[in-house]
Write a protein that binds this ligand. Structure first.
Ligand code: CTP
Ligand code: MG
Length: 528
């Protein structure tokens, strides 16, 4: 089509130049309207997946061209929603159509840039520089200005609130993944599925981790698992007497995984527009490909057929639905841990956000607010927050979380969130938290003794600082702000990160076996 062209190349992105326009209120309305009834984990995945496949991402000269884009799209079907954002000084509109047919009509009609040096791929990332601004819109203009208000200023907002529970609520509301962020993450997974669907038509790219488990925020990485053939993995037997001719896998399963990831990495690096900085981390315990989705500013990790992360995401999502205070508590704990430099974006010998999340789950189980995972059923009674946000129990939960772990016997006790109990440690690791999906493994095997010591010191300091004067501004600010300022110099010295720390590639911190789908639990089939 004359107005929309297939994007073949985007220039390399400058670092850290997020610049999103902001209108969180309208986004919330959109989210609420779309949310309808509360969906369980798999229903949510199916819903978002279908939505992503009905979407195109269009680079436009400016937001003023939204009407022209809508008009253009309407030639192929109804437009359901449009989200505008800016990334690296460029404008994008994520446009959702009523059906996949409408999208394929739009994409098929798209033309290519008039250049000889491009790879003529066809994807749902489109270049709208040919749109004519003057085109009138038939019907209502749907544009939703979104969102991603930067978190840098959040401390000032929190300073205006001296009540800790109100601060935790405000932080949670501001930090959680917004509607557009969620849509873009599913858009990425749908684009990768599309890209390899010629050879693997039954492939599935699942999102897992904090993008989908309810604990994600705008800057969380995107964790993806690729399953080349869902029917094959699920051992779905076909009645047909015909079989696909196929080559034998090269070497063992691990070698095959590495080769497949290499191919995918090449695909992302050389063919797919919008992706950059592709790194092949193939010798890690769980081989992965890391890359940037530069048009949304997200960092992604892709692995192959390791469903354990997906199962864990389902558990966490469900726990957050049972008691949303878990999510708010974890947001504060993660921010505290980052400020005290206990966590690190690179995997290694330090504590991870995931471990902290499981520690919060265990704490809430001890308070009988959450059930042990082995009793987890759908439709458990939910805690309803009082009034507009959370009641003042949030503060109590936070203080008690730190108190609980300040006296926890990490030396002798292991933690099981499956049973909801502490039990004698089965090995000499610094901290043992049973992997809920593969129970013979420890989710924090890589945590070193000195890093655990730093965690315990910071936990004790947090108890002490929360018990101090509530409006003291000398030590970081009122309420939880004290937690978000690195604790005093004496702690800073012991808090220094060892320079020679080994960076372990791959995001499973040593506890994960290679590509072994769980025998204990297989997720429901995802269908569109
Ligand atoms: N995971 C796991 N066992 C581990 C580490 C991770 O099962 N030892 C799974 C969890 O489901 C986790 C996901 O892998 O949520 C992704 O790991 P990671 O990206 O490290 O953590 P996130 O929960 O996504 O948190 P973050 O926002 O820090 O990325
Ligand atoms: Mg993650």
């Amino acid at each position: 089509h004359p107005s929309l062209r297939h994007c073949s190349h985007f220039p390399a992105a400058p670092t850290n130049s997020r610049n999103y326009s902001s209108n969180a209120a309208s986004t919330d309305r959109m989210a609420t309207r779309d949310a309808g009834k509360e969906r369980n984990f798999m229903e949510e995945q199916n819903f978002r997946r279908a939505q992503a496949f009905r979407s195109v991402l269009v680079q436009v000269p400016s937001a003023q061209f939204a009407g022209a884009l809508q008009q253009q799209c309407q030639e192929f079907g109804l437009v359901k929603s449009m989200f505008h954002y800016r990334q690296h000084d460029k404008d994008f509109i994520l446009t959702e159509m009523e059906s996949r047919d409408a999208v394929s009509g739009l994409v098929t009609a798209g033309g290519h840039q008039k250049r000889d040096d491009i790879v003529p791929v066809r994807t749902r990332l489109l270049d709208g520089s040919g749109l004519k601004r003057s085109k009138p819109v038939t019907g209502d203009l749907l544009l939703v200005e979104d969102c991603f208000s930067p978190l840098e200023n959040i401390d000032n907002e929190l300073r205006g609130l001296t009540d800790i529970s109100a601060q935790m609520d405000a932080l949670y509301q501001r930090a959680k993944l917004p509607e557009l962020g969620c849509r873009l993450r599913y858009f990425i997974s749908s684009q990768i599925e599309d890209a390899i669907s010629g050879v693997f038509p039954c492939n599935r790219v699942y999102l897992f981790g904090s993008s989908v488990n309810g604990f994600g925020h705008q800057n969380s990485d995107v964790d993806l698992i690729l399953d080349f053939d869902v029917a094959h993995t699920d051992k779905i037997v076909s009645d047909s007497s015909l079989r696909f001719a196929a080559k034998c896998a090269a070497g063992n399963e691990r070698v095959q995984t590495q080769r497949s990831l290499e191919l995918l990495a090449d695909h992302l690096q050389y063919l797919l527009p919008g992706y950059s900085n592709v790194q092949r981390i193939l010798l890690a315990r769980v081989p992965i490909v890391k890359f940037n989705h530069e048009v949304s500013g997200t960092q992604c990790d892709l692995s192959i057929t390791n469903m354990t992360g997906l199962i864990m995401s389902d558990y966490l999502f469900t726990l957050g639905q049972i008691d949303e205070r878990l999510r708010a508590l974890v947001v504060t704990i993660r921010r505290w841990a980052k400020a005290q430099r206990l966590t690190n974006p690179h995997p290694g010998r330090w504590i991870t956000n995931f471990t902290l999340t499981i520690m919060a789950v265990f704490f809430m189980q001890q308070r009988h607010l959450l059930p042990p995972l082995n009793q987890l059923k759908r439709d458990l009674p939910r805690h309803e927050p009082a009034g507009n946000g959370f009641d003042d129990e949030m503060k109590t939960l936070l203080v008690e979380f730190f108190e609980f772990y300040s006296s926890f016997d990490f030396k002798r006790q292991a933690i099981s969130v499956i049973e909801g109990v502490a039990y004698p440690k089965p090995d000499f690791g610094s901290l043992f938290i049973e992997n809920p999906v593969e129970t013979n493994l420890n989710i924090c095997k890589n945590l070193s003794a000195d890093e655990l010591d730093r965690v315990v010191v910071s936990i004790r300091t947090a108890v002490w600082s929360l018990q101090g004067s509530p409006d003291s501004s000398s030590d970081g600010g009122p309420g939880i702000l004290k937690l978000f300022t690195e604790f005093g110099k004496e702690h800073k010295v012991s808090a220094q990160r060892p320079q020679d720390a080994t960076i372990v590639s791959g995001y499973f911190d040593g506890s994960q076996r290679d590509s072994s789908p769980s025998r204990k639990y297989m997720p429901d089939q995802v269908v569109v």
